[in-house]
Design a protein around this ligand. Structure first.
Ligand SMILES: C[S@@+](CC[C@H](N)C(=O)[O-])C[C@H]1O[C@@H](n2cnc3c(N)ncnc32)[C@H](O)[C@@H]1O
Length: 335
């Protein structure tokens, strides 16, 4: 019998500890260790005392956060890595608000994946009210993951071009994270937000924080029902909405938005985009499973080939991608 070489179990070992890694970061957030270290608590004993935690156990948690490259340690003194200083310490604009609950909720949901695959049905599909409540939390959590790549989109499109934009439609705007950098870069631009009324309360909070609230208008209601108008906008934005809408409603949304854009208007799409064979990259693929577990039937991730087809059918003449610090490149389609 031919001898087969036993594969290394290391890739499997790394993968099965994946949830431990994210839950360790969640524990750091829950105990607010990053904020405490940013505020001058430097030893495990100091951090533990301020967090109301056990000193020896805290040292073990902090050392793992060092191993995960979220903290540094010199002797007994801990300090923040730049990624933690920016996203994990409270007080900054890009704080990962609600991150611990988000990570724990995701782990709970994914623990039921086998049942979802067995039945082919998502976990108890949320009623609209519950979904809207979830979104008021979610849009705060994902703000930094949206705002940072949105800034990259402004840079890629070019400041001179962005300054000429006067009317923007931010569909399913959430916090407004995707349009805010455009409003900041184009002082004459007015932004029209489409989202549920409970969520636009959050949009108002963020637009005021960034000093552009007076240039935001609102169409409040269900994006499947409200009217976007015709020939009104130079730029429309879909920040993480197509995956939740699914193929049928996603294409309807693209068509309705195309009609609302002026000639040569552009549509910027941010979403999780797997390769055309649906074999990777990892995050878009996992996000597709997240849709299978938690969203209404039809919700999924879509390939670049699908986006290109839908956009061309809706009358967009050019479709290109913009690299950005996000799980997938952004799509920029021009009418
Ligand atoms: C995943 S969040 C994205 C928020 C924001 N664009 C971002 O990327 O940070 C989805 C957003 O779509 C909104 N949304 C989902 N379905 C909607 C519907 N049928 N009508 C209006 N808004 C909807 C939610 O309220 C939420 O703000």
């Amino acid at each position: 019998m031919a001898k087969t070489r036993t594969p290394s179990p290391i890739p499997l070992t790394n993968d099965i500890y994946g949830t431990w890694k994210s839950l360790t970061i969640a524990a750091g957030l829950e105990l607010d260790v990053f904020t405490l270290i940013a505020g001058g608590k430097r030893t495990a004993a100091e951090v533990a005392a301020a967090a109301g935690a056990d000193s020896g156990a805290m040292r073990r948690l902090l050392d793992v956060l060092v191993a995960l490259k979220y903290l540094r340690r010199k002797g007994d003194l801990y300090s923040l890595e730049p990624i933690s200083a920016t996203f994990l310490a409270r007080g900054g604009d890009l704080y990962f608000e609600g991150g611990a609950q988000f990570v724990k909720g995701g782990a709970m949901a994914f623990s039921q994946l086998a049942d979802v695959v067995r039945s082919g049905r998502p976990l108890a599909p949320p009623g609209t009210e519950t979904a809207v409540q979830f979104f008021t939390m979610l849009v705060r959590v994902i703000f930094p993951m949206s705002y940072v790549p949105a800034k990259a989109a402004v840079a890629a499109i070019g400041a001179a071009r962005v300054r000429k934009i006067s009317a923007i439609l931010d569909v399913a705007a959430g916090s407004g994270a995707w349009s805010l950098p455009f409003a900041q870069a184009s002082p004459k631009a007015r932004v029209t937000v489409v989202d549920y009324p409970a969520v636009t309360a959050v949009t108002r909070e963020y637009t005021a924080r960034y000093g552009v609230g007076d240039r935001y208008d609102y169409i409040e209601g269900d994006l499947r029902e409200v009217d976007f108008g015709r020939d009104k906008y130079e730029l429309a934005i879909f920040g993480h909405i197509i995956h939740g809408e699914g193929a049928e409603w996603g294409q309807k949304l693209i068509r309705k938005t195309a009609a609302a854009l002026k000639d040569k208007g552009q549509l910027l799409i941010a979403d999780f985009i797997p390769n055309d064979e649906r074999t990777g990259p990892m995050i878009p693929m996992l996000f597709g499973l997240n849709m299978l577990i938690r969203a209404t039937p039809g919700a999924d991730v879509f390939t670049m080939r699908e986006y290109r087809t839908w956009l061309k059918e809706a009358g967009f003449r050019s479709v290109k991608t913009i690299p950005a610090p996000s799980p997938s490149p952004l799509i920029l389609a021009t009418k």
